[in-house]
Design a protein around this ligand. Structure first.
Ligand code: ADP
Ligand code: MG
Length: 233
């Protein structure tokens, strides 16, 4: 069965600079991601991965060509509609965990609700946060502060925060980049589990080829150009 497309990118180019200094960070990318897929973009530093991911998440709309996410043309959405789409259907995980040190783990996970277009009631959001923390294996650490946690645990908190609204799409930029090898393996396993249990569509950009073990398809990115994919679908 063919699943619906979650992402459709057509001829998308993102250039920085102008005149002779202009450089295409992403150069005529075209691809689709279907619901429930795990898609990896692997490439060396500077190849355009973060730029591409920012385009998929509507964080960078300075591109030409078209990026459609959940059937919305991102370039055509106003800021309000875009932030609603992001807040409700897309989760982000970055290399740096971006936790607020003065808040507890639970408060960090619920923090996005403070800025939500349609915030949930505090009781509801706390209950969801506890479910998300249990999912990432941190149910017992809800009251800890980030400074008391290991790097792997901090990334788990960031993943729980991204999951709080159970987004259908999770966009991850070098999610294992700040972790030692063994801890990185645990986080990769966690993504695999989340995908199996929640059916979340995952797009992960990374320089680490080992993430291919959880991917349905992977693209190689070189100097802004997406190379032909590999994988099962
Ligand atoms: P990666 O994530 O694969 O390391 P990036 O997407 O961060 O690569 O960067 C790709 C290229 O685009 C690099 O040459 C980088 O210097 C350039 N670039 C990225 N963001 C900007 C920006 N805001 N202004 C100018 N150049 C940028
Ligand atoms: Mg990057």
């Amino acid at each position: 069965m063919t699943e619906p497309s979650v992402i459709e990118v057509r001829d998308a180019t993102r250039a920085f600079g102008s005149g002779p200094d202009a450089r295409r960070a992403v150069d005529r990318a075209s691809f689709e991601v279907r619901s429930g897929e795990v898609v990896l973009v692997v490439g060396p530093s500077g190849s355009g991965k973060s730029t591409l991911l920012a385009m998929l998440g509507g964080l960078d709309r300075g591109y030409t060509g078209s990026v459609r996410v959940f059937d919305h043309d991102l370039a055509a959405l106003d800021d309000r509609a875009l932030s609603r789409l992001r807040g409700e259907r897309i989760g982000f995980v970055f290399q740096a965990f971006h936790l607020l040190p003065e808040l507890t783990v639970l408060e960090n996970v619920t923090a996005p609700n403070l800025f939500a277009a349609r915030p949930s009631a505090p009781d509801t959001i706390d209950a969801r946060a506890r479910v998300a923390l249990a999912r990432v294996g941190l149910a017992e650490r809800a009251d800890a502060r980030p400074g008391e946690l290991s790097g792997g645990q901090r990334q788990r908190v960031a993943i729980a925060r991204a999951l709080i609204r159970e987004p259908a799409l999770l966009l991850c930029d070098e999610p294992t980049g700040n972790l030692d090898r063994a801890t990185g393996e645990q986080i990769i396993d966690l993504f695999g589990e989340l995908h199996r249990e929640l059916g979340t569509t995952l797009v992960i950009v990374t320089h680490e080829e080992r993430l291919e073990r959880i991917a349905d398809r992977s693209f190689l990115m070189t100097d802004g150009v997406l190379g032909s994919g590999s994988g099962s679908s």
